[in-house]
Design a binder for this molecule. Structure first.
Ligand code: FAD
Length: 459
């Protein structure tokens, strides 16, 4: 990076993509830049509706404990603002019927908070906060079409306006370009067009398919005594369900199935599909609720990580964040939290007395998504039909999987194992903590699993 004034050493920063990862990165970078320009292909909807550039926003989105804390660190007061806007704040497992490894998880086990408002609501609140800062400028209906510069140095982007009859092309210079364009990122192609190599990719695909539908009930009441359900799929039981409250007395319902058994996208078929779940409580509740519109399907659920940190150590001017860098099987609900953790890592790295190299920033950002990657690929590796070079299948991995299976069956009834497992799942502790805590190891290897009652648990 070129040197600029000590108070704004980054010069002009262009962030491509004005969704969660891009906005949070822009917020952090604005403290170290002369100016930050966010380029967003979409026109932001007035209010908080889904938009085409984030098609997954029609699906259930959970913000994990780690994501809530990271977001609060970046934008103090934002959790309260989300609650005031109607986003439910639930304690897990106290508030939910969580089914794992053939049993209900005891609701008396130690809990942690998650937020379950709709994705458009979350985006709306975060966008309002970030764009209120005059140091962040946003240009909507503006699509980036490629990079300027050469293989070793990215010096800007080419853009075209959208939505008008005549599309105007323009070149925009920048000292740092941040790619936050999500799952469809074209940075590998844009780098190739400049004569630079595309990054190595790690992939793990289970072929799971999802469908989501919004429901309402007559009395806006909770399903039975719980505030929702989370039916966790695993190698032995491949059907999953997430039923969670959202703002406006609505329920977000996502069902998932293995390769070849996708949930139907007609309302009646969607409800029938829930009969395949391992307990009948979610199906019973769905049968009494009313769908608001048709279910929406989703199939691109592979875990994919692009190793920009391994390529071109000397390249300057390009940083990749959010889903464009590392995307996860959505069943684990991690992507938003990781976008916030990426921004926190970026902010901490930039707080160092000397401006870090882009390569060093990239490594730190990637490291902040590592826990989520290890959780998702660790849980997906034993799934039937899992493919890709990130599948862990060696002897050590098989032993590790056997150990983790023992952990999973102890989660429902053992408060110590449940707490440790939930901390890993909510990205509050690394997966290795399940192997290094003597209490967890003792209970996992030497104590039998504690059975929980077969009926939906009361608190
Ligand atoms: C079905 C499903 C369910 C999910 N559930 C959860 C969940 O429960 N919890 C959770 O934390 N995560 C969940 N996720 C993941 C979460 O949606 C993503 O991790 C998150 O959206 C990533 O944010 P992002 O900013 O990186 O990308 P995105 O949110 O995808 O945004 C990319 C942005 O870039 C813009 N853009 C793209 N190309 C260009 C271009 N050329 N020029 C200008 N702008 C461009 C787009 O318009 C968009 O605004 C789920 C994902 C899916 C698919």
């Amino acid at each position: 990076m070129r040197a600029h004034s000590p108070s704004s050493p980054l010069g002009h920063v262009v962030v491509i993509g004005g969704s969660m990862a891009g906005l949070l990165a822009a917020h952090v970078l604005s403290r170290h830049a002369e100016r930050v320009t966010v380029l967003e292909r979409d026109h932001y909807e007035a209010g908080s509706g889904p938009r085409s550039g984030v098609p997954q926003s029609r699906h259930t989105h959970v913000l994990l404990t780690s994501g809530m804390e990271a977001l609060e660190e970046l934008l103090p007061g934002v959790v309260r603002e989300l609650e005031d806007a109607g986003a439910p704040n639930l304690s897990i497992p106290a508030d939910l019927g969580v089914w794992q490894a053939g049993q209900w998880v005891s609701r008396a086990n130690p809990s942690r908070p998650v937020m379950t408002g709709s994705r458009p609501l979350l985006d709306h609140v975060v966008r309002g906060r970030v764009l209120a800062d005059p140091r962040v400028d946003v240009r909507t209906s503006t699509e980036v079409t490629g990079f300027l510069g050469g293989p070793d140095r990215i010096t800007g982007v080419s853009v075209r306006g959208r939505g008008s009859d005549h599309q105007e092309y323009e070149e925009l210079e920048a000292d740092l370009v941040v790619d936050a364009t999500g799952r469809g990122s074209r940075t590998p192609e844009w780098l190739t067009a400049l004569g630079a190599g595309a990054p190595a990719e790690e992939v793990l695909e289970t072929g799971r398919a999802y469908a989501t539908c919004v429901f309402e009930t007559d009395d806006a009441g909770s399903p039975d005594q719980v505030k929702g359900f989370y039916i966790v799929p695993d190698a032995a039981q491949p059907f999953g369900a997430i039923i969670l409250p959202a703002e406006g007395d609505r329920w977000m319902v996502t069902l998932s199935g293995p390769r070849g058994q996708a949930p139907p996208t007609d309302p009646a078929g969607f409800v029938d599909f829930a009969a395949a779940l391992p307990h009948d409580a979610p199906h019973k509740w769905l049968s009494t609720a009313r769908p608001l519109g048709r279910p929406v399907g989703y199939r691109h659920t592979a875990n994919r990580r692009r190793r920009y940190d391994l390529a071109a150590r000397d390249r300057t001017g390009l940083l990749v964040v959010g889903d464009a860098l590392c995307m996860f099987n959505p069943v684990y609900g991690q992507g938003l939290s990781v976008a916030a953790l990426n921004a926190v890592a970026l902010g901490r790295a930039l707080a160092a007395p000397d401006l870090p190299s882009t390569h060093s920033l990239q490594r730190k950002v990637l490291r902040s998504s590592r826990g989520a990657w290890d959780v998702a690929t660790g849980a997906d590796s034993p799934m039937p039909g899992a493919t890709g070079d990130a599948v862990r299948s060696g002897l050590v991995e098989r032993l590790l999987n056997r150990y983790l299976e023992r952990v999973r069956v102890r989660v429902p009834g053992d408060p110590v194992v449940c707490k440790a497992f939930r901390d890993v799942l909510f990205l509050k502790a690394p997966p290795t903590s399940l192997l290094t805590s003597p209490r967890v190891v003792f209970r996992t290897l030497l104590r039998p699993a504690i059975p929980t009652p077969p009926d939906l648990p009361t608190p």
